[in-house]
Write a protein that binds this ligand. Structure first.
Ligand code: ASP
Length: 748
C-alpha cells in the first residue's frame, strides 16, 4: 500500500464495523492498485467456495433487519433468530457473565467449563474436588448450587437516547454531566422495573455519549451445576494453550436454571423447579464442516473500534503493559503460595485463572498492535478525517476541535494513570482492604436515597455485592493477601510529586522503609476481624458512626483514603463527561465522512455475528486447519498437568468408540474448530449455530492473533475457537456416562 493512501478495506477495519461506505466517503482503492497490506504480514487465507459470508460486526438486535443473512448462507427465516413477538432463537440465549444457551425445555443450558469454573471451585473442597475430578448430578436432586451465578435473558429493548440526553442541561460541569446522565439512567431503570415486576432492566450506552437502549431481562437467580468434565478435559492445555491454536480443550459445562414453584425468578431454594425457556436450541450431533456458514449469538463484553489513536497509544504504551506486569506478579506469587498446599491452590485457582487469562490476552494484543502498526494506521486515518473536516467551514466549526479534544483527555489521563491504577488495585486486589472499603463506603451510601447510591449499593444490587464479598472471603488466604498489600504499598510509596497518596504517606511518616511497611501490615492483619464471616457481615450493617467506632485497621485505612477515592471518582466522571461529548461528535463527523450505519462497539448486550468455519494462515508457510481431533488430544498428552488426560479417554479412543460423533472425513471425533465470526470476551459459551440455527459448537476463545479483535477485526487473522458439539456430546455420553442428558436434549 502506498504511503498516505488508505484502502477502503482498511478504512472498514479502522473505523470500526461499518456497512460499506456510500457517497461522501474516501475514494476506495481502484482496481489495479496494490492490494491493502495484510495485517502485519499474516498471510492471506485461501478462498473458500460458496458465498462470501464473513464480515466485521457484532450486530445489536436493532440492526439485524439491515443484514441480509440469507445471502450469506442462512437457511432459516431471519425472523426466527429475532422477532419481538415470536419465541425466536434469542430467547434461548442467556447472559451468565459470559454466555450460555438453553438446550432443553427444562432449563438445561450449556456454557464453558471456564465460565462455570468459579462456581465449581466454590462447591469444591479438597475431599470433594469437583474442579479436578469433574461433577455429574445423576438426578435433579443431586444438582448443586452454582454460587455467584445468575442468568439473564433479553426480553425487549427500546431506544431511550432522547430521554437520557434530556438530563443534560446547559453549562453543566463535566463530572455533573456524567452524574446527570447516570441518574437519569437509574430513573429509567427504576421505572421500567416498577412497570415490569420481576424483570431486570438495564440502560446500556451504545454509541458513547450518543445513544442509549433500555433492555428488559428475565433474571434467574437459582443456577445449578449439572455436569462438568474433569479439569484435565475442561481445561486441557491450561494456560499454555489458552488463546492458541491448535486447541484440544473440552471447554464446556451443563447447568440448569431454576425458578420458584410459581414460575417466577427466585433465590436458590429447595422447592424451586426447572425454568421453562420460551425457546431452546436444537442440538445437531452431526456438527459442521469446513466452509459452512455459521452464526453466533452472545453477550460480547467490550470492544474499542471507535476509539482514537490517542486512546490506543495510551493502552499500548502504558495501561496494558502495567496491568500485564501486575497480573504476572500476582500469578507468580499465588502459584508459589499454592505449591505445597492443595487447599491453598484450590482457593487461589479461580483468581490465578482470571489473571492469567487477561495477562495473556494483553500480551497477545500488544504483539498484534505492534505487528499491524495500529496506532500509526489510526493516526493516518484521523489525518484524513481532519482534512475532510477542515475542507468546509461549517464542518470545521462543528468538528474541528474534536480529535484534538480527545487527544488532550488521554494526555491528561496518562499523567494520572499509575496513580489511579495503584489506588484502584489497592481497593480491588487486597481482600481485607476490599472488605473494609466496601463496609465503609456502604455505611455512607446506604443512608442515601436508593437512586443516589453507587450502583453496587442500590437495593437491586446490594445482595449480590454482599455475596461477592462472601465468595472472596471463602477463598481468602492471609499470606497472599499480605504480600499483595505490601507490594501495593511499596508501589504507592514510589509515586511521585502531586501523585503521592497522602493517607499512605501519613502511615509511614516516621519511617517509610520496607521494615516499617512489614510492621504495619503485621499489626493490621493481627488486629482486623474482617477475614471472618460474622465480623464482615456485622460490619456491613453499620451506620457511618458505628463503623468508625469499630476500629478495624482496614476500615480506618478506608476512612483515611476516602478523600483520595472521592477525588478519583470525580476525575473519572469528569473524563467521561468530556469524552461523551467528544465521542458523540466524532461519531457524527465519521458518519458524514464515510456514510452511515456504524455498529456500536460491544457493551455486554446481546449481539449476533456470523462467518464461516475456516482455517487461516498465521505466518508465512503455516496454515491452520479448522478442526482438531481426539487423536490430537492424545498426541499432546504428557501425563503432566495441564496435558494429562484421563485413561478412559485413551481406552475409548483405542476401541474407536466414537458412537455417532466422528467427523465423516477425519474419521475421528472433532474436538475444537475455528471460524471467522467477530467475537470478544463475554462471547465465551456462545452457541455456534449452523445455517439452520442448530447448535454445533460452544465458543470459548480466540487465537493469539485474534486477541486484537477488540481494536480491529480482519478476515485474515480474526479466528474464534469453539469446542465442537460432537466432542461435547461424546465426552458427556461416553466419558461422563451422562447419556440421559443427551436424551434430555432430544438426541437418541
Ligand atoms: N475466552 C474468552 C472469554 O472468556 C472468549 C474470548 O475472549 O474470545 O470470554
Amino acid at each position: 500500500m502506498r504511503r498516505g493512501m488508505i484502502s477502503a478495506a482498511l478504512v472498514l477495519v479502522l473505523f470500526g464495523a461499518l456497512v460499506p461506505a456510500s457517497a461522501g466517503g474516501p475514494t476506495p482503492a481502484k482496481a489495479g492498485e496494490p492490494a491493502p497490506a495484510k495485517a502485519g504480514g499474516l498471510a492471506k487465507t485461501p478462498a473458500l467456495p460458496g458465498p462470501a459470508a464473513s464480515d466485521e460486526g457484532m450486530y445489536p438486535l436493532s440492526e439485524l433487519k439491515k443484514l441480509d443473512l440469507r445471502s450469506k448462507g442462512l437457511a432459516i427465516d431471519p425472523e426466527d433468530i429475532f422477532a419481538p413477538d415470536r419465541p425466536s432463537l434469542i430467547f434461548a440465549i442467556v447472559s451468565v457473565g459470559a454466555t450460555g444457551s438453553f438446550v432443553s425445555g427444562d432449563g438445561l443450558f450449556v456454557t464453558n467449563h471456564h465460565v462455570a469454573f468459579g462456581a465449581v471451585q466454590a462447591a469444591s473442597t479438597t475431599q470433594h474436588d469437583y474442579l479436578t475430578n469433574g461433577f455429574l448430578a445423576r438426578t435433579r436432586g443431586e444438582e448443586i448450587q452454582a454460587k455467584g451465578m445468575t442468568a439473564r435473558i433479553t426480553e425487549t429493548f427500546q431506544d431511550v437516547s432522547r430521554e437520557v440526553l434530556s438530563a443534560v442541561t446547559p453549562n453543566l460541569a463535566l463530572a455533573d454531566r456524567t452524574k446527570a446522565i447516570e441518574k437519569r439512567m437509574k430513573e429509567i431503570v427504576a421505572d421500567a422495573e416498577k412497570k415490569n415486576p420481576g424483570k431486570r432492566a438495564e440502560v446500556s450506552e451504545m454509541f458513547i455519549g450518543k445513544t442509549y437502549v433500555l433492555f428488559l431481562y428475565t433474571y434467574l437467580k437459582d443456577i445449578r451445576i449439572v455436569y462438568v468434565p474433569p479439569r484435565s478435559i475442561g481445561e486441557f492445555g491450561g494456560e499454555t494453550d489458552n488463546w492458541m491454536w491448535p486447541r484440544h480443550t473440552g471447554d464446556f459445562s451443563f447447568l440448569r436454571a431454576y425458578v420458584g414453584p410459581d414460575g417466577s425468578p427466585a433465590d436458590f431454594g429447595p422447592k424451586n423447579v426447572p425454568f421453562k425457556p420460551k425457546r431452546f436450541l436444537k442440538v445437531n450431533p452431526a456438527g459442521v464442516k469446513e466452509g459452512d456458514f455459521m452464526f453466533l449469538l452472545g453477550y460480547p463484553g467490550r470492544t474499542f473500534r471507535h476509539y482514537t489513536a490517542s486512546y490506543l497509544a495510551y493502552e499500548e504504551s502504558l495501561r496494558m503493559p502495567y496491568v500485564a506486569e501486575w497480573y504476572g506478579w500476582q500469578i507468580a506469587l499465588m502459584e508459589k503460595m499454592g505449591e505445597k498446599d492443595a487447599g491453598v491452590a484450590l482457593a487461589l485457582a479461580s483468581r490465578i485463572k482470571g489473571l492469567a487469562n487477561a495477562m495473556k490476552n494483553y500480551q497477545g494484543k500488544l504483539k498484534g498492535m505492534k505487528k499491524i502498526g495500529i496506532v500509526d494506521r489510526k493516526k493516518a486515518e484521523e489525518r484524513d478525517l481532519q482534512k475532510y473536516i477542515e475542507a468546509d467551514a461549517k464542518r470545521r466549526a462543528a468538528f474541528g476541535d474534536v480529535l484534538a479534544g480527545i487527544d488532550k483527555v488521554y494526555a491528561e489521563n496518562r499523567v494520572r494513570a499509575e496513580y489511579e491504577m495503584v489506588l484502584e488495585y489497592l481497593r480491588s486486589s487486597v481482600n481485607l482492604f476490599n472488605f473494609g472499603w466496601t463496609a465503609f463506603e456502604a455505611a455512607a451510601e446506604l443512608k442515601k436515597p436508593d437512586l443516589e447510591r453507587d450502583a453496587a449499593y442500590m437495593d437491586r444490587n446490594w445482595a449480590q455485592t454482599k455475596q461477592r464479598l462472601q465468595l472472596a472471603q471463602r477463598n481468602y488466604h492471609e499470606p497472599t493477601d499480605k504480600a499483595i498489600f505490601k507490594e501495593l504499598l511499596l508501589r504507592a510509596l514510589r509515586l511521585k510529586g502531586s501523585f503521592r497518596i497522602k493517607a499512605v504517606d501519613d502511615l509511614f511518616k516516621a519511617d517509610a522503609s520496607e521494615n516499617a511497611v512489614d510492621a504495619y501490615i503485621a499489626k493490621a492483619y493481627a488486629a482486623s476481624k474482617l477475614a471472618t464471616e460474622p465480623a464482615l457481615t456485622d460490619l456491613l450493617k453499620k451506620t457511618p458512626d458505628e463503623i468508625r467506632s469499630a476500629k478495624d485497621p482496614f476500615v480506618e485505612l478506608a476512612a483515611a483514603l476516602y478523600p483520595a477515592y472521592q477525588e478519583l471518582k470525580e476525575a473519572q466522571k469528569a473524563r467521561k463527561g468530556a469524552l461523551d461529548t467528544l465521542f458523540a461528535r466524532l461519531s457524527d463527523a465519521k458518519e458524514a465522512f464515510l456514510g452511515k450505519n456504524f455498529i456500536p462497539d460491544a457493551n455486554g448486550t446481546l449481539r449476533l455475528t456470523y462467518g464461516r468455519i475456516k482455517g487461516y494462515s498465521p505466518a508465512d508457510a503455516v496454515y491452520y486447519k479448522p478442526f482438531t481431533t481426539l487423536a490430537g488430544v492424545l498426541d499432546k498428552t504428557t501425563g503432566q498437568p495441564p496435558f494429562n488426560t484421563p485413561s478412559k479417554l485413551f481406552d475409548l479412543y483405542k476401541a474407536r468408540d466414537f458412537g455417532r460423533f466422528a467427523h465423516p472425513d477425519l474419521k475421528d471425533v472433532p474436538v475444537c474448530m475455528l471460524y471467522d465470526a467477530d467475537t470478544t470476551g463475554g462471547n465465551s459459551g456462545s452457541p455456534v449455530l449452523n445455517a439452520q440455527g442448530e447448535l454445533v459448537g460452544v465458543n470459548f476463545d480466540r487465537t493469539y492473533d485474534a486477541t486484537i479483535n477488540d481494536y480491529a477485526w480482519s478476515e485474515d487473522y480474526s479466528r474464534s475457537i469453539a469446542v465442537d458439539i460432537r466432542y461435547v456430546l461424546w465426552v458427556t455420553q461416553k466419558f461422563g456416562g451422562a447419556g440421559f442428558l443427551l436424551e434430555e436434549m432430544g438426541i437418541r
